[in-house]
Design a binder for this molecule. Structure first.
Ligand code: SAH
Length: 244
């Protein structure tokens, strides 16, 4: 599938860019160095022909959020490469293109409140943070949710709220939501999520089994839910109620 191809030049630059030892302030210089590869990621993986991400706000978020802060130390040098990366517990942070694509498909507005299912590293939530008013994110693996919450707080993403729990049930206390983004794949769209979506709201969700999954965009109308398949994908399965 074309969005999984990893351009070698980019991978090489990322590695080269992380290895200079002579900067005075390690944290600042690392961020500056990563800013270059982040910019390159946007050009080569997001706006390039065939990828075609064009929403300026999404592109700006992707060019700003420090993805390397959301991946384990051992993978930092690969943080801006064109593929997913392991984040522990058998889970992954999605490929940058998939994060940008899903963010764009949501058509986020500054006034929106968004529910995310599958916090994982917290990266997708951080990207959404600057695009909407509030992000409510649910993670089923406690250690991952706690780590993501810490990372998000440390980096100042104050409008992201993380809860440990089964995202199959959504987050009823803060429903209804303008937008819902699901980053793990159930075999069917969970009813509680449809219920917690506002009328006129949009949900983006991968649905299917590990061998066969599509990303769907759902729009909730007064009398029906419209559903459109937009991309073949491979997400980790939704556990909890999503497995029922
Ligand atoms: N959005 C994440 C990617 C997450 S990978 C990021 O930006 O890094 C998918 C995540 O969904 C994993 O962390 C997994 O533990 C979580 N998950 C799986 N089933 C879940 C469920 N029922 N409720 C909440 N989270 C779930």
């Amino acid at each position: 599938m074309r969005w999984q191809a990893a351009p070698c030049a980019l991978a090489c630059l990322v590695v080269a860019g992380c290895s200079s030892p002579s900067e005075p302030d390690a944290s600042v210089s690392q961020n500056d160095r990563f800013a270059d590869v982040r910019e390159k990621m946007v050009k080569e993986q997001l706006t390039s022909p065939g990828r075609d991400i064009s929403d300026e706000r999404v592109l700006s978020a992707m060019a700003t959020v420090p993805r390397h802060e959301f991946v384990p130390e051992a993978y930092k040098h690969q943080a801006y490469e064109d593929h997913p990366l392991p984040i522990g517990f058998g889970q992954t942070i999605s490929q940058p293109f998939v994060v940008a694509f899903m963010s764009e498909q949501l058509r986020p507005l500054e006034t929106n409140r968004v529910l995310e299912i599958g916090t994982g590293s917290g990266y997708q939530a951080a990207v959404l943070s600057s695009l909407v008013k509030d992000v409510y994110s649910v993670e089923i693996i406690e250690a991952l949710g706690d780590r993501a919450r810490e990372t998000l707080q440390r980096l100042g993403y104050d409008n992201v709220h993380v809860r440990i729990g089964d995202g199959f049930e959504g987050w009823p206390e803060f429903a209804p939501f303008d937008l819902i983004i699901v980053t793990c794949a159930p075999e069917q769209v969970p009813d509680p999520l449809v219920e917690q979506l506002k009328e006129g709201g949009r949900m983006i969700i991968p649905v299917g089994t590990e061998g066969s999954q599509f990303l769907y965009v759902l729009e909730k109308r007064s009398d029906r839910v419209e559903r459109k398949a937009v991309l073949p994908v491979r997400f980790v399965p939704m556990t909890g109620g999503g497995k029922r």
